[in-house]
Design a protein around this ligand. Structure first.
Ligand SMILES: [Zn+2]
Length: 407
């Protein structure tokens, strides 16, 4: 088993959390018509400073939007004009952020840093800082087997993603050492290549300055803004719909494809695997939230799904079933083709994993807990249950692939 830890540069930012989100509200809007989805997207583009889309969905699924305090009245007027039903899920987002910070402080009280981050008794039940996650690990060596690639934390505010990837990695390691048959079987079939936290700079920034930062921290010269949406920056159908050419947008695609060090590093890794004739079987980019397992495509809703779609959906189904059976989480995990469930987006990791360098037959985006009650601010007491259902989900999927499509 190979562990590939994040070695990307860290920008140290010294300012502390402020009151950035005081009075901001999280709206859940019922979208039933294509027209309304379109209007919301246009509104978002025109008011990118005021509106932050936490979910971008297709008609029939709810859309969650955080609205700046001084834009709430205007926003409610727009909803009333369009006769759109909505509820306010968070009346003050800053309160939820403050509560999370307080709980994090409480969980760490009286404990030394080295006790929290030591690899042998790493505390998986709390959210960790970048420094704690980046503690060095030794890569393992084994006879080459089909590669399974897992990546967490491409969007920095989705804290449960790196926490989950670390949790199930730790569980595989521990159980393997204990000769647990399931862990031994899984790690005997595949080599796991794991990046627990891709967007290190962005993640660090969510701890020091802005809890809801999403993009990378790359400066966009001449525009006075920072960040690329790394999940729009891959060289798969880059520059299409659902990604912005505007450098100050939170879905900015980059000036060219792979022009951020994070996406470049991933592609370099897969180029090397390709040169060495290694087969990548599975590629999963772990996100939050919405409880979804999404297969290609993302970039176009009007084209046929890929030729491997039946296999992709069946393996995703095995994963969803195992996840739902583990904890029976409210709302369950749903699986399907990306564009059937979420709005179109281009240059994404899932399409990259399938159609670009990795050429993984099984390429997915997984959206972890929850269904929107806390969204990105998922309380730490849900890390371990989320990690556990993901552990069994991974085993369910890999067993299905081993039984049906290993050669
Ligand atoms: Zn995400």
């Amino acid at each position: 088993m190979k562990l590939m830890f994040c070695l990307l540069a860290l920008i140290v930012v010294s300012s502390a959390f402020g009151e950035l989100y005081r009075g901001h509200q999280l709206f859940r809007i019922e979208i039933n018509e294509e027209d309304d989805a379109h209007i919301m997207h246009k509104l978002g583009e025109a008011n990118s400073e005021m509106l932050d889309f936490w979910t971008v969905t297709v008609p029939g699924r709810p859309m969650d939007v955080m609205v700046s305090s001084d834009f709430v009245d205007e926003f409610v007027n727009v909803l009333a004009k369009r006769k759109l039903s909505y509820e306010v899920i968070m009346t003050d987002v800053q309160d939820v952020i403050d509560k999370e910070a307080m709980e994090s402080r409480k969980a760490r009280e009286g404990r030394k840093k080295r006790d929290i981050m030591a690899l042998e008794d790493f505390d998986y039940s709390i959210y960790h800082t970048y420094d704690e996650i980046a503690a060095p690990g030794e890569p393992g060596a084994s006879d080459p087997k089909p590669v399974v690639y897992f990546e967490g934390g491409i969007h920095s505010r989705e804290w449960v993603s790196p926490a989950t990837v670390m949790y199930f990695t730790g569980k595989f390691l521990r159980r393997y050492m204990e000769s647990d048959p399931e862990a031994v079987r899984t790690l005997g079939m595949f080599d796991l290549h794991i990046v627990p936290l891709l967007n290190c700079d962005g993640y660090n920034y969510t701890w020091t300055s802005n809890r809801l930062w999403r993009t990378s921290r790359k400066l966009n010269p001449d525009f006075g803004c920072i960040g690329t949406d790394l999940n729009r920056n891959f060289n798969a159908f880059w520059g299409g719909e659902g990604a912005s050419p505007w450098p100050c947008s939170i879905i900015f695609r980059g000036f060219t494809d792979l022009d951020n060090v994070e996406t470049q590093a991933i592609d370099n890794h897969f180029q090397k695997l390709k040169e060495n004739n290694r087969v990548t079987k599975v590629f999963i980019d772990w996100h939050s939230y919405s409880q979804l397992i999404l297969a290609p495509w993302s970039y176009d809703a009007d084209i046929d799904p890929p030729i491997d779609t039946d296999k992709q959906i069946a393996a995703a189904g095995a994963m969803a079933k195992a996840m739902n059976e583990t904890n029976n989480v409210p709302g369950g995990y749903i699986h399907g083709v990306g564009t059937d469930i979420l709005y179109v987006s281009s240059g994404t990791s899932k399409d990259y994993g399938y159609a670009s360098t990795p050429q993984a037959t099984y390429s997915y985006t997984v959206e972890l807990r929850d269904k929107g009650q806390f969204g990105f601010l998922l309380p730490a007491n849900q890390i371990i249950p989320t990690g556990n259902e993901s552990y069994y989900g991974v085993i369910g999927m890999l067993d299905w692939i081993y039984e049906n499509d290993y050669n």
